[in-house]
Design a protein around this ligand. Structure first.
Ligand code: AKG
Ligand code: FE2
Length: 384
């Protein structure tokens, strides 16, 4: 017999937070302000989580502890370091080596896999200035990847905002969903290594999702129907130093769109920054052996903002060429996301960012693909 998920523990957890959600955030901001600058330089105020209980068969007690820690981190900072993820430091360094080799190629070789406005407009290489955040050019180049949905496998008719749109626009969504990734021929082992890394990230993302279900007192597989065909995304990003007179940033202030964003930074210090609940920007330095995780907008919908999709940005001002490999573990494209508990008071300061997200936060259904498509469509400037 399939047991109906009990929402009781969820209600309890979320209600407690809704009445006093600012308290842990205030504590966090005060505590991190009190740290000495020297301590902050080598360490960081961000929490750490060991996900291994959910990746490699931990005991019930270990999983409960991990889920509690996850809940705490997601309510306070919305950013945390990840241990026990199964990726060695050697693998991460190898990724960065390949990324640096790719970005060092002559532009013709990189343009051979350019992202194209007449194809799916979202997969492939973007030269410097092509990526845009909030209408400002980002000082970065990148290769973007998405899941490759088999033809006809995604149910676009479930997307309410698509019902009134014209055929051309619908065709664009279809092209986006069913597009194919563009892999460079050089470096020769790029595709093999990167695909293997993405496959590992998919298992890490699933483990985080099982931990989330446990944190809410739900069966571990509760989110499977919405996440079992993840429309994942990934970016391999190269950042030259940000010129002092650049109009934008290396990557402008934003929240990410889906669920779990898993970041492998290179060794550059002080580039990635997250906005703490008190409004202060905090550097997220790389820590050897650890990955960084932040939360996307759909986790905000499920929890009505009590798990924080934290704003972040990159300001890479030192002279080296920085690389970062970002994996987005996301819901299925046509997944319907609704708050887990409609009696929870939404957190008042969450910015909707798209009509679909606004509906989700208000408790109506929000189809992930609608939100994603709305946000991704604003990300590129094809005129450069
Ligand atoms: O470069 C980084 O470390 C983060 C980039 C980022 O936030 C993004 O691509 O969404
Ligand atoms: Fe991001």
């Amino acid at each position: 017999m399939v047991r109906e998920p009990s929402l009781q523990p969820v209600r309890r957890t979320i209600k407690m937070a809704s009445s006093s959600y600012l308290a842990p955030l205030r504590r966090f901001c005060t505590a991190s302000r009190l740290r000495s600058p020297a301590r902050r330089a080598v360490h960081t105020a961000m929490p750490s989580l060991d996900i291994s209980p959910f990746l490699s068969g931990g005991s019930g007690a270990e999983k409960q502890r991990c889920a509690r820690e996850l809940d705490r981190a997601c309510r306070s900072t919305g950013f945390f370091y990840l241990d026990g993820h199964g990726v060695s430091e050697h693998e991460v360094q190898n990724l960065h080596r390949l990324a640096r080799q790719f970005f060092a190629l002559p532009s013709a070789a990189k343009e051979a896999i350019a992202l194209r406005s007449d194809e799916d407009f979202a997969r492939g290489y973007q030269k410097l200035g092509m990526n845009v955040t909030k209408n400002e050019k980002d000082w970065q180049e990148a290769i973007d990847f998405f899941a490759e949905a088999p033809t006809g496998s995604v149910n676009l008719s479930s997307m309410s905002s698509l019902q009134g749109i014209d055929a051309t626009e619908l065709e664009r969504v279809q092209q986006f969903v069913e597009g194919r990734n563009r892999w460079p021929e050089e470096p020769a082992d790029f595709k093999r290594v990167v695909e293997a890394y993405f496959a590992k990230m998919a298992t890490v993302g699933s483990a985080l999702t099982r931990a989330m279900a446990t944190a809410f007192g739900l069966p571990e597989n509760h989110f499977d129907p919405m996440m079992n065909d993840s429309f994942w995304g990934a970016r391999i990003i190269g950042y030259p130093a940000l010129p002092v007179d650049a109009p934008g940033l290396s990557c402008g202030e934003h929240t990410d769109y889906g669920c779990w964003i898993i970041l492998a930074q290179d060794e550059t210090q002080g580039a990635l920054e997250a906005k703490l609940p008190c409004g202060r920007w905090e550097a997220i330095p790389p820590v050897p052996g650890k990955l960084v995780v932040n939360l996307g907008d759909m986790l905000s919908v499920w929890t009505r903002g009590h798990w924080v999709a934290t704003e972040h940005r990159v300001r890479h001002t030192s002279a080296n060429f920085r690389t970062s490999v970002v994996y987005f573990h996301e819901p299925n494209f046509d997944a319907v996301i609704r708050p887990l508990d409609l009696s929870t008071v939404p957190r008042p300061d969450v910015q909707p960012g798209s009509p679909a997200l606004a509906r989700g936060l208000a408790g109506e259904s929000c189809v992930y693909g609608e939100h994603l498509f709305a946000r991704v469509s604003q990300n590129y400037d094809f005129s450069v």
